[in-house]
Write a protein that binds this ligand. Structure first.
Ligand code: 0RA
Length: 260
């Protein structure tokens, strides 16, 4: 609970968001434009992206592949050089190692440098060495994990709708990314593609779809200054009440803040 807020349904879903956030980061840096999320029959989750792939080179001080350091060390984060910060908001910055620690098993498959690499962990501990299992011309990262039922004692069952809501939101906030969600569980088969070319303008349009609006086209502006990027979209309706949604680094800031 200290790492992911709680060990109930909320925490269970947070695991997925943390893994997806790493892929969104890769997309925000311009290296990835597709993220696939799959709910398997056994409630394990697969997250696949077409980014550069988590680095596999041997870490200088740890003497282990970088991917193993990222997945087994708290606070290793995605980036090692400390020049680039994690931009999308994840789980209090503890990263995907936390997901690994809270999973009965986690398997990573990396396509990089013409090869496909694989490694398996159980409850956060390394179970197999990083090995090459094939060749490829593409790049990307695939992470499969099964939440540990000794941690998530109340439920290990994923809600398609909960995941869909957050993935849809991420797709609005990051135009240019295609996020697919697929539920493979028997009797629950479902899938969706979230892609909003208009970004937060599409978000506004979805909010005002059934409202009477004063002007057809949402107002939109964007500015970058001193490394800070700001985006605003708004539209007036004829109602007295207003809806304001603010986000910082992809996190919905329900209490607003200076950005609001
Ligand atoms: C660190 C450095 C580089 C890529 C990543 C992390 C990375 C992490 C994740 C996690 C999920 N998907 C990811 N994709 C990439 C880039 C190293 C380089 O190629 O220069």
């Amino acid at each position: 609970a200290m790492y992911i807020g709680d060990t109930f349904s909320r925490g269970l879903h947070h695991l997925v968001y943390e893994v997806v956030d790493n892929s969104v980061d890769e997309a925000m840096e311009g290296y990835c434009n597709k993220i696939n999320v799959i709910i398997n029959e056994n409630n394990s989750i697969v997250v696949i992206d077409n980014g550069r792939g988590i680095p596999v080179d041997i870490h200088k001080t740890e003497k282990k592949p970088a991917v193993e350091v990222v997945l087994t060390t708290l606070h290793a984060g995605g980036k090692f050089d400390h020049k680039t910060y994690k931009v999308s908001g994840g789980l209090h910055g503890v990263g995907v190692s936390c997901v690994n620690a809270l999973s009965g098993y986690l398997e990573v498959e990396i396509k990089r440098d013409g090869k496909i690499y694989h490694q398996r962990y159980e409850k956060g501990a390394t179970k197999t060495k990083l090995v090459v299992i094939g060749k490829t011309k593409s790049t990307g990262t695939k992470i499969t994990f099964l939440p540990d039922d000794t941690i998530f004692q109340e439920t290990t069952v994923y809600s398609y709708d909960t995941l869909a809501k957050r993935l849809r939101e991420l797709a609005f906030l990051n135009k240019g990314i295609v996020i697919c969600l697929k539920d493979l569980r028997e009797g629950k088969e479902k899938d969706a593609v979230f892609e909003f070319k208009g970004g937060i303008v599409s978000f506004i349009e979805s909010l005002t779809k059934n409202k009477s609006v004063i002007h057809k086209k949402p107002i939109y502006f964007r500015k970058e200054k001193e490394g800070i990027e700001l985006e605003v979209a708004m539209q007036y309706g004829d109602s007295y009440s207003e809806n304001v949604f603010t986000y910082a680094n992809n996190i919905h800031t329900t209490e607003g803040g200076t950005h609001l």
